[in-house]
Design a protein around this ligand. Sequence first.
Ligand SMILES: Nc1ncnc2c1ncn2[C@@H]1O[C@H](COP(=O)(O)OP(=O)(O)OP(=O)(O)O)[C@@H](O)[C@H]1O
Ligand SMILES: [Mg+2]
Length: 329
Amino acid sequence: MGKIVGLTYDLREDYTFKEDDPPDANAEFDHQHTIEAIEEALRKGGNRVVRIGNVYNLLKKLEELRLDIVFNIAEGIYGRNRESQVPIILELKGIPFVGSDGLTLGVTLDKLFAKKIFFAEGIPTPRCLEIAHPDRVKKIKLNFPLIVKPRYEGSSKGLSVDSVVKDIKSLRDRIDYIVRVYKQPALIEEFIKGKEFTVVVLGNNPPQALPPVQISIDGKLDLGENIYTFAHIRSDSLKYICPAKISSRLRKKIENLAVAVYRATECRDFGRVDIRVDEKNNPFVLEMNPLPSLSWEDVFPLVAKEMGWEYSEIINRILNYALERYGLL
Ligand SMILES: Nc1ncnc2c1ncn2[C@@H]1O[C@H](COP(=O)(O)OP(=O)(O)OP(=O)(O)O)[C@@H](O)[C@H]1O
Ligand SMILES: [Mg+2]
């Protein structure tokens, strides 16, 4: 039976840049064609779709909405709780929604919080430190090279070739840049040279890892000190490879790790885990993305193809996991 499905999202063109915003402030937001693709997929599944838009539109329309469920891909507007804004309003109003709840979204957007959970659960993740001011860098017990990231951003915001640092001076400069431009503490992590994978996980009881996608940069699978950045996404130098070119043993290890991360952060319905594997084949979790991009250019369509599914099938499977959770299937 088809459902009435509301769609919450943030569009790039809806973002108004503030004067002191970094240039990639709207990088997490979706393109119109992604919204159209999801809408089309849900219709193909026999559902009726009601476009809602961002959190402000949701608040305006809240009283008049008559929906079975909301398919939420809204990134939220501001701050480290931004991804939780839409889910919390829906929860308050008793409207079922697809995907993780506000707590999971908040904890995972803040990379330091998420890593504390990984450490506690024995999930391997690079050693790290939070530094809110460049002057606090004196003797650090981490091994260079290090990578410096904003504490709570996604979509490679704040990351470029200058993020990988090999000495105290460049570490300080980069922390200064992150704190000034992104207005938040920097997370510094030991840099894992080697290979990179991203793993889609679907479902709930139990969650299932789909075939890992391998990242290739400039035609290379051994990435060395190269990292995945916004600049790479926009050029042709970044390629997603599925199935990954690895042994079935390593594949299994990566898939199990992805499911462990998904469970540890209590994700629901769908998610994507970013993993690096060092030169000795030890995997390390970089982050959990409970709100990964469903765009055509991203990994979901590729993984769906590998499973023998159309894009619309993966979208409707995600919807069905949520409906099942609420007993609405
Ligand atoms: N500790 C690390 N060692 C090696 N490379 C790293 C490390 N941390 C991050 N990177 C590189 O930087 C990229 C972006 O980092 P991360 O996934 O933490 O940030 P993000 O902006 O949230 O990513 P996304 O674009 O997936 O939302 C990774 O895909 C990887 O290439
Ligand atoms: Mg990532």
